[in-house]
Write a protein that binds this ligand. Sequence first.
Ligand SMILES: Cc1cc2nc3c(=O)[nH]c(=O)nc-3n(C[C@H](O)[C@H](O)[C@H](O)COP(=O)(O)OP(=O)(O)OC[C@H]3O[C@@H](n4cnc5c(N)ncnc54)[C@H](O)[C@@H]3O)c2cc1C
Length: 432
Amino acid sequence: MDRYDVVVIGAGFAGLTAARELRAAGQHVLVLEARDRIGGSTWYQPDAFDGYGLEMGGTWIVPQQTHVWAEVQRYGVPIKDSALPSRMTWSDHGKVLESLLPVPPQEYGQLEHAVRSLIEAASRFDPLRPLSEQDVADLDVPIRQWADDVGLTGNARELMISWFCGCANANEDIGSALDAIRWCASMDNSLWGMVQASVLGFTFVNGTASLAQAILADGGADLRLSSPVRRVDADAEGVTVIYDGGVVRGDRVLMTTPVGVWQDIEFAPALPADKLAMSKENHAGQGQKIWALARNVPDDISGFGWGTSFDYVGAMETTERGVVLVCFAPEHDRVDAGDLADVQRAVREFAPEADVVDARSHDWVHDEFSKGLWATFRAGQFAKYELCVGRPEGRVHFSGSHTARRWRTFIDGAIESGKCAAAEILTAAKES
Ligand SMILES: Cc1cc2nc3c(=O)[nH]c(=O)nc-3n(C[C@H](O)[C@H](O)[C@H](O)COP(=O)(O)OP(=O)(O)OC[C@H]3O[C@@H](n4cnc5c(N)ncnc54)[C@H](O)[C@@H]3O)c2cc1C
């Protein structure tokens, strides 16, 4: 049986970063990846729309995401800033508003109150420290409840709920408001920064895969693709990992799979009750990201909506066949991505003349190796699970963007978590 110092499970950014750091420290490392590709929740498909490559998963980064930013500089991976739209589009239940702001003048005070409430809430905590250890339990409530608790009304309320759901990729009665407010705190309490971190930041010229490949090549760990892990048996001397295609032994194992996937892997000893409960509950990030190619839409549309199927529809580029639109919905069944007519219906809520000629999406929610999009906590999960998700269990360590601090659930958080896990493993190996 092959023997390694560390077996890393999952070749997303967390696993690839951890493997590189461990290799740099002289460890013998194997990465086992279930899919036939690296990148995990990022997945660049070059030439998807006749020469225009699409990111099916993670896409935008900002300079405040210091971990991913440092990796981009380190490998000289080309990135580009988003072009700003000439105006924002607001859709109120499918009716496109002709006004500059999303509310009528008599509600300007409400809009100001909504923005101030967000910034005040974000200013109450330090995103670098665990949120469950700070005095913000009153913010760890469903998004809709938070909007009502701070007394929002009118369009400002609807827009803020929809905006939070968009950031959380979650239903308003399930996703934690705190997890959306965290985005604002991580951008130094800036609402505009929060918008940049969502859909108006920097993108990778050659796709996120260019950075994933650079980290993999630099690390030089052994990699086995199409090798889903089924069982992890830990004993006093090491860990045996059983995957489709083989068995391998490691001194230690690093799990980087999404939390919802843990329950499908047999662990001996069994996962502790809190980890298993978290895996079964799963996180709230269960929405949709759909790419549409459309004619008859403004080539710089940036549309936010409430009472609409998508909460965001934005132009990325114009090709000969049409405008490339990226669209998000906070629930996985809002739009049938395989039905152009349905995608067109949803896009027309923002651009009434739109003709959708093509559409692409990946169903992350029903993908057995993801079970969701980005890992926004459900309301109440910070207190119960924030610390348990990254806690090591003997020789089995846990990492992934869901364990990170400032940029939990982002590419940056995945890289941060990979570095932390490698350091944790090296320390544990020294002490044992
Ligand atoms: C649609 C979408 C849009 C997003 N947008 C952004 C964005 O714009 N900016 C941003 O920063 N972040 C974004 N994110 C989030 C970001 O992509 C993730 O937080 C990050 O990539 C997670 O990295 P990870 O390594 O922690 O986990 P993953 O990338 O999920 O890696 C885990 C790996 O484990 C593998 N695996 C699962 N089960 C097994 C098994 N049994 N055996 C072996 N391997 C297994 C998986 O195949 C996967 O490769 C988005 C995510 C999605 C899905």
